[in-house]
Design a protein around this ligand. Structure first.
Ligand code: SF4
Ligand code: SF4
Length: 134
């Protein structure tokens, strides 16, 4: 007897996927914005035991988003591992907690997005590895 195959591979909309993902949504892409509000900033300030103003100075770009690195990755994304990469996971902004809003994750669903982000993820990890072995 052959196992029955599903007609279509359906991406889970639960956050469980995030546990096994390098954080594709943690890269800034044209047309996508991470909004960080005053509550988020205060949560991060308490996490680091610094002032809200210091959080704004060190991590915020403009008024309401995080700084990113040259490759577009969030300043808090950790390159030392492939998953569980948010270095402020417990204090991350509301938008990061809620995304992808109980819908299938678009970053896993869209090859065009993965084509952009996957090489960035691999480059960062490779660079770090070569720095550590030199
Ligand atoms: S929301 Fe999507 S891209 Fe972001 S960590 Fe979860 S599965 Fe990965
Ligand atoms: S705060 Fe964490 S979850 Fe949010 S974009 Fe940055 S690294 Fe990703």
């Amino acid at each position: 007897m052959t196992a029955q195959q599903p007609d279509q591979y359906v991406l889970a909309s639960s956050k469980l996927y995030c546990n096994f993902c390098p954080g594709y949504c943690c890269y800034r892409l044209e047309g996508s914005t991470l909004y960080v509000d005053a509550t988020d900033i205060n949560r991060i300030a308490r996490h680091f035991a610094i002032s809200d103003g210091e959080v704004r100075k060190q991590y915020i770009e403009g008024k309401n988003t995080f700084k990113v690195r040259k490759d577009g990755s969030c300043i808090f994304l950790n390159n030392e591992k492939m998953r569980g990469r948010c270095s402020i996971h417990l204090a991350r902004p509301r938008q990061c907690r809620d995304f992808p809003y109980n819908e299938p994750c678009p970053y896993l669903d869209r090859e065009d997005l993965l084509d952009i982000i996957q090489p960035l993820v691999e480059n960062s990890i490779t660079l770090l590895h070569s720095e550590n072995t030199n």
